[in-house]
Design a protein around this ligand. Structure first.
Ligand code: NAD
Length: 358
């Protein structure tokens, strides 16, 4: 089978890590008899340099026509002073909107071999944790009316951002979360602030209604302030965390940090047809760009997510994840993972080791 993948290498370490991930996909293709055809697209700072805008219409069309998009990272100090409508990050928002991406999936898993990097005490971590944060991407306070007005109490300027969620949006993401939980540990924790927010009461009612269609999945509700505490108190209790755009933004970063290694964490953003954009959660790391020392694992694991969620290639995705696990178990570390004095491998060497394990 042939799959078309639009590739946005982006800025900073993007080209280095994506090159390794593409080579991993090619290796998987040879091993399992698939063809992955890559079409390179400029987006972010490199597109500003080449075309004067962070995302061209042509780039959007290439990504829309592809079966999925693989993205490195965009942005960097070179473009920090461009006007806000032209900033590299606008490329991400433009692609999310053009592709209709509404479900952001972020696994936060502790790799046993890296447990020393976890900032939480071993007695709390126990057997580790394997969390999937399922965050809604199109609604919430980010997309309501924004503005400023004068305070009628004479307190000066008031900024406001209207928070809203429709039952349609909540149901769409809830179904995705329950389906994910079905192939994991069959537990969904829906996170909201229903004791205070009407938006959250609509959220909770809708999730509860949808849950009736998934009787094999256990549903629990948790207030977001408690969820933030529970993530560091007892992360092992979570399987799928289902939440809105704002709470998901914060909790998914918290969940990532308790794994202790930003260079390890992949993500997927999916649309209704199951196509998606796959990218590491980290940024373009301009401080280490061009040195060949970036960790390519988050990008390589993002490819595994692409195979699993957009192409339905489970065995192939498992093979990539096992190859990464073996590289770590065998003691290979890029500089970000190495302890002081420990020998570190380069970006390319880590890619080669993982491909060797395949
Ligand atoms: P960052 O994630 O790029 O870097 C934070 C720290 O983590 C740095 O010390 C960096 O060296 C390290 N790091 C990140 N990825 C690594 C990897 N794969 N291997 C080893 N070390 C790694 O965050 P930042 O410094 O806040 O942002 C840098 C630029 O990236 C900014 O322009 C920001 O806007 C952009 N950014 C882009 C995305 C994206 O494209 N999705 C996401 C976040 C930030």
């Amino acid at each position: 089978m042939k799959y078309q993948i639009a590739v946005v290498k982006g800025d900073g370490i993007g080209p280095e890590i994506v090159t390794e991930a593409m080579a991993v996909l090619e290796k998987v293709g040879r091993k399992f008899g698939h063809e992955f055809a890559f079409q390179q697209v400029l987006a972010g700072g490199c597109s500003i340099d080449a075309h004067g805008v962070p995302l061209t219409e042509e780039a959007i069309q290439t990504c829309k026509a592809a079966d999925s998009v693989l993205l490195g990272a965009v942005g960097g100090p070179k473009w920090d002073n461009v006007p806000s409508e032209k900033r590299p990050e606008k490329a991400l928002l433009g692609l999310r909107a053009a592709l209709g991406l509404f479900a952001n999936l972020r696994p936060a898993q502790m790799h046993k071999a890296l447990s020393a990097a976890c900032p939480i005490k071993p007695e709390i971590i126990g057997d580790g944790f394997d969390i999937l944060v399922c965050r809604e991407l199109t609604g919430d306070v980010y997309f309501g009316a924004h503005g400023r007005r004068e305070s009628d109490k004479g307190w000066g300027v008031v900024g406001y951002d209207d928070m809203n969620y429709s039952a349609f949006e909540v149901e769409r993401i809830a179904r995705r979360a329950f389906e994910m939980a079905r192939v994991r540990s069959k537990k969904v924790t829906s996170v909201d602030k229903a004791n205070v927010l009407e938006t959250s009461r609509v959220w909770r009612e809708t999730v509860t209604r949808v849950a009736a269609d998934y009787p094999d999945v256990e549903l629990g509700h948790m207030y977001v302030d408690n969820a933030a505490m529970q993530l560091v108190h007892n992360p092992g209790q979570f399987d799928v965390i289902l939440t809105g755009n704002l709470f998901g933004d914060i909790l998914s970063d918290e969940a990532s940090m308790i794994t202790g290694s930003i260079g390890m964490l992949p993500s997927a953003s999916l649309n209704e047809s199951g196509r998606g954009m796959y990218e590491p959660i980290h940024g373009s790391a301009p401080d280490i760009a061009g040195q060949g020392i970036a960790n390519p694992i988050a990008t390589i694991l993002s490819c595994a997510m692409m195979l699993r969620y957009s192409f339905g290639l489970k065995a192939e995705a498992d093979a990539i994840e096992a190859a990464v696990e073996k590289a770590l178990d065998d003691g290979h570390r890029t500089r970000d993972l190495a302890t002081p004095g420990e020998k570190a491998v380069s970006t390319h060497e880590m890619g080669e080791i993982i491909r060797g394990n395949l």
